[in-house]
Structures are given as C-alpha cells and as structure tokens.
Design a protein around this ligand. Structure first.
Ligand code: GRF
Length: 192
C-alpha cells in the first residue's frame, strides 16, 4: 500500500510513519512527503530519511483549485493509495476528496469532537479536563469532523504542564497513526 504524507511543519508524525514502515515486509510504503511550506522542517527530515519530497504552495498557482489539481496530479502520478495528513494546516477540497474518496486521513491531538482546530492540546489543557487524547479520522471538507477511525485517550496528570502533556500526546500520535495505517493495509491485503 502506497501512502503520501502531507505536512506543513515539524513532521514528527511523518518521521514516525517512515520508521514504523521501514521494513518492506510490512507492505506499507511511505512514497513521498508533500509540504505546502518550502521551509518546513518536515522536508529536512525527508531528505535525511531518503524519502522523496515535493514542496509548493497555493501562492504558486492562479487559484486554489489549480493548486489542488496539481496535488491530484502528483498523487495520481505517484500512484498512492492513501494520503495521510500529518500537521497539514489547510483544508482539503473537492478535487482531492473526489479523486481519493475515503482515502484521505488526518491525525488530530484531541478526542474529537472535543477540541477541534489548531490548538487542540492547549484547549484541552486550559479546559482542565482529566483526559484528552488523539483521533485519526477520514477527512471531509470541514475541519476535524470526518468519520473517526480510531482514538486513544491520554490522561492529564495533576503535575502536567503544557509541554509534558504535548510530549505524551505526540508519543501517542506516533503509535496510533502507524497502527491505523497498518490496519488499513491489512484490510486492503485481505480484499485482494
Ligand atoms: C500533530 O499534533 C497533529 O496531530 C496535528 O499537527 C501536529 C503535527 O505535528 N494535526 P508534527 O508536524 O507531526 O510533529
């Protein structure tokens, strides 16, 4: 099963996916990284890991539609089965959603539908809830609202600060994303 990863920034989830599937026996290939930010650290990680990467942004095109069409062309040319969003800070629109129906997945650092948006970890921490977590879900046109594939809870401890909580959330993300992708690959394999 071939996957593209889309990331706008740090790329720790991208790296965790590459490392989780480094053994070809797993049957999951992280085919390439795409970033909409030409200076994203995720691109440096791709270079260091020997993974192909591409970077362009909507500003490089006449319209947002043209940008998305370029992404469709790229993903079709590379023959990917799934697009894994990992810190990709843009909405996905019809061209990609229609070209890859039920094939675009996102990871979000909260127990959706609680705390959607860009500051899911901080919002949960400030709300003083006892637990938060991580969600992997299908992507639709709205933010953080597609069908949920899997969730894992992360307790917020009395002595947590935002950094310690964020660290545990990211560790949980790295495990959960790989495990969901593995399940999708096994399901795909069993349908052959
Ligand atoms: C993660 O917390 C992910 O859930 C959210 O953006 C963050 C990306 O982190 N969508 P990284 O770039 O993978 O380190």
């Amino acid at each position: 099963m071939k996957c593209a990863v889309f990331a706008s920034g740090n790329g720790s989830n991208f790296q965790a996916l590459v490392e989780a599937f480094s053994n070809p026996k797993e049957g999951v290939e992280i085919s390439f990284l795409f970033s909409d930010h030409k200076d994203a650290y995720a691109l440096t990680r791709a270079e260091n890991l020997g993974i192909k990467f591409f970077a362009f942004s909507p500003q490089d095109f006449k319209s947002r539609e043209d940008y998305e069409e370029a992404l469709v062309t790229l993903c079709q040319k590379e023959k990917v089965d799934y697009i894994l969003l990992a810190g990709y800070m843009r909405l996905i629109y019809a061209p990609l959603l229609e070209a890859f129906p039920h094939r675009i997945i996102n990871i979000h650092p909260s127990l959706l539908p609680a705390f959607p948006g860009r500051t899911g970890i901080e919002d949960a921490f400030k709300a003083r809830v006892k637990e938060t977590g991580v969600t992997v879900h299908y992507v639709n046109e709205e933010i953080d609202s597609g069908e949920i594939l899997s969730q894992v809870k992360v307790a917020i401890e009395e002595d947590d600060d935002l950094d310690s909580l964020a660290q545990r959330i990211h560790q949980a993300e790295h495990r959960l994303y790989a495990s969901v992708v593995r399940q999708l690959s096994q399901a795909k394999g069993s349908k052959k």
